[in-house]
Design a protein around this ligand. Structure first.
Ligand code: FES
Length: 112
């Protein structure tokens, strides 16, 4: 069973956390099941970028990025090469290390 490690984040999990997950679930569902209430403004329909995460380890074990995910990812705050939309990323057999970005586009928008 793959293990998911979440790096510390000031809003979602101060000390970080780690848990086992069933392969075949999405990264977002795994986080929500473990009490990390990551934003998911479009209700997991690949139509926003609020569920954006960095996959620091295990990136290649996730399901492939669709064209639609790619389009919305480009709108994410702080895009990096290991960025994914968590609601579209299905967990494979490898352990993952996840970092939650500092902001989402929604939060950045609120400040302006
Ligand atoms: S929740 Fe909107 S794309 Fe994931």
């Amino acid at each position: 069973m793959p293990k998911v490690k979440v790096l510390p984040h000031p809003k979602y999990c101060l000390d970080g956390t780690a848990f086992d997950v069933q392969a075949g679930t999405t990264v977002l569902d795994a986080l929500l099941e473990h009490g990390i209430e990551l934003e998911h403004a479009c209700e997991k329909s690949c139509a926003c970028s609020t569920c954006h995460l960095y996959i620091r380890e295990g990136f290649d074990s996730l399901s492939e990025i669709s064209d639609q995910e790619d389009d919305f990812l480009e709108k994410a705050w702080g895009l990096e090469p290991d960025s994914r939309l968590s609601c579209q990323s299905v967990i494979g057999d490898e352990d993952l290390v996840i970092e939650i970005p500092k902001y989402t586009l929604n939060q950045v928008g609120e400040k302006e």
